[in-house]
Design a protein around this ligand. Sequence first.
Ligand SMILES: Cc1ncc(COP(=O)(O)O)c(C=O)c1O
Length: 374
Amino acid sequence: MLFVLIGHLVCNMVAFICTFISCFCVRYILIHLHFLDADWRHFIKAAQWSIYSYHNRAQLMESVSLKWRSEHNPNHVLPCLSVRSGFDLFLRVMNYPPGTEIVMSAVNIPDMLRIVHAHSLKIISLDIDIETLAPKIQLLDALVTERTKVLVVACIYGRRFNMAPIVAAAQYHGLIVVEDCAESFGGFDYLGFEGSDLALFSFGPIKHHTAFGGAIAKVRSKDLYEKMSRLYEDDPVQSNTEYLKKVIKYSIAYIFLDCPRVIKPGMYITRLLNIDHKKYVIRMLRGFPDKLMMKLRHRPCDALLAMMALRLGEVDPTAVHLSNLKHEYVSERLPAAVTQVGAKANIINHWLFPIVVVSDFKCIILIFLLWSHI
Ligand SMILES: Cc1ncc(COP(=O)(O)O)c(C=O)c1O
């Protein structure tokens, strides 16, 4: 007993020391500017659990899954390592013949396309509306052929639109609908559209309520869910060390991103040397910077599941509301020359606030002043 207690104490201390320096800064920069939706407690907990995890995996899976079942959406829940892992798992189960076509709404991250290509499938792009960010579903008829099997619709920048007509159109053509909600988790009011065959939510490093990784797949059909779960059971579990490395890397990345005394001279030097610093930062924040297909085929470790349970237990609708109020404040004061992307979406949460502006000095100054004011 004494031995276990001492072991526990030592592990906690190591975790604390490992993360203290970075978290001290993270606490300052990340809470205030929200590059990362986490604070020092989360870094310490994540590090502590990845060094010494005493959780019951089955219980963790259940406590994460529980939050994702509701009367409105009773679809099955499968916690995954990432949205990309869930999407790849789905394609592995479906095992479509090479050349099968997948219609994808026009904006998504490059890795989602890479996964489709890794399965030797063909992507057909479906244009989206800049005001609602919804796919122009009326174009679907012209895109579908007898080789088309899936429609992937991404709800980007936190905006959401009515999925009912999209699912209806897809069902008319006999397509499976994948709703990519990686960027649009805004609380448990919305757990994906009930009619979507697969809905995917991400808790990666730059997402709301990040667990420094992890994702939820909501699966409509019991058969598909069972096939996905069975196949996933054969994938290895991500090691706790791998997760710890990510936690430390993210904390360091954000310190550099948001510490003006470091980033400004750093950017000056990289520009002088003609180095594309953005490329390195993005690579650092990517969940799987290399060997994508091999790395995403893992299940989440216990520490990550515990972190997901913790973060999901902290979801506070008032925080989402406050963030939306701040964005509305800015939105209402932007000059007419600025196009606010997704301003007419049905639900406007702000994971990102994308705007299109023709290079105009006055506009840029105004935007800068508005952001520093909120
Ligand atoms: C639209 C979209 N789809 C998929 C993903 C992948 O999510 P994950 O990092 O959980 O694999 C992202 C991540 O940023 C995303 O923005």
